[in-house]
Design a protein around this ligand. Structure first.
Ligand SMILES: C[S@@+](CC[C@H](N)C(=O)[O-])C[C@H]1O[C@@H](n2cnc3c(N)ncnc32)[C@H](O)[C@@H]1O
Length: 238
């Protein structure tokens, strides 16, 4: 399959970054631009939830996503911060069309190699300020990208903007526990990671309703639906 790298960071945004003396990306984001990080990412992803003390495997994560979001054949999905293409692959196997985006070209190359599927397009894009059209996706997946992006509020706004009425937003992230490791990795020099509180996440998504939330240790899984038409699959908090 061909790898299409489209929708690069808009030229205006790039010049702004070049003129700006402040770092435009967090240390965690910059580390993901390295080929070495990209090469090891799938290995780490496979083990990361268990390393965090949960019994979650990737298969269980995919099963939870499929059970709650029920992606349908022919739907358009956006995978935000796709890395090695885990959610993009799950969606393509459900016969969805997927735009898998990431800041990092090496990550996109790894993803395209691991998930060679014609239903997936790969694009280098900063999802804090994308040029993607409004209301253009039936669903958006964000697997841990909230933790690494520089401005999680901007990223959530973009995710909400590109969702069609009734569209679904699936989030997986490490939530705030106020532990010492989170304080350390939150420091700019040590990564500048974010550990959002679920209530804070909900406040960034005013046009969306949370239908499901599941905490597994510090890992948070959430499904939101954009207002616009009734969602007849609404469930309570798990
Ligand atoms: C924790 S990894 C994501 C893992 C992947 N979603 C999964 O579930 O396996 C975070 C990824 O998001 C990308 N990223 C971080 N900030 C981004 C942004 N603002 N826009 C697009 N990609 C971003 C990084 O390059 C990295 O590949």
């Amino acid at each position: 399959m061909s790898t299409s790298i489209m929708n690069p960071v808009p030229p205006s945004a790039q010049s702004q970054e070049n003129l700006n003396s402040a770092p435009a990306l967090s240390a965690a984001q910059r580390s993901n631009l390295l080929p070495l990080t990209a090469a090891g990412y799938a290995w780490w992803r496979e083990r990361s939830l268990r390393a965090l003390g949960t019994a979650f495997t990737l298969e269980r994560e995919a099963a939870l996503f499929r059970a709650l979001c029920r992606p349908q054949a022919g739907q358009d999905w956006l995978d935000v911060g796709t890395s090695a293409g885990f959610y993009a692959g799950v969606l393509a196997r459900a016969d969805c069309r997927v735009l898998a985006v990431d800041l990092s070209a090496p990550m996109l190359r790894v993803g395209a190699r691991r998930e060679p599927d014609a239903r997936i397009d790969w694009a280098q894009l900063n999802m804090e300020r994308s040029d993607l059209p409004d209301a253009s996706f039936d669903g958006v997946t964000v697997g841990a990208t909230l933790n690494e992006t520089r401005d999680p509020a901007a990223l959530l706004r973009e995710c909400a903007r590109v969702l069609r009425p009734g569209g679904q937003l699936w989030l997986m992230y490490l939530r705030r526990t106020a532990g010492p490791l989170q304080s350390l990795f939150g420091r700019p020099a040590a990564g500048g990671l974010n550990f959002p509180d679920p209530a804070w996440v909900a406040r960034q998504l005013p046009g969306l309703g949370r239908t499901d939330g599941l905490g597994v240790g510090a890992v948070q899984f959430e499904r939101y639906v954009r207002d616009g038409r009734p969602d007849d699959r609404t469930r309570g908090t798990l």
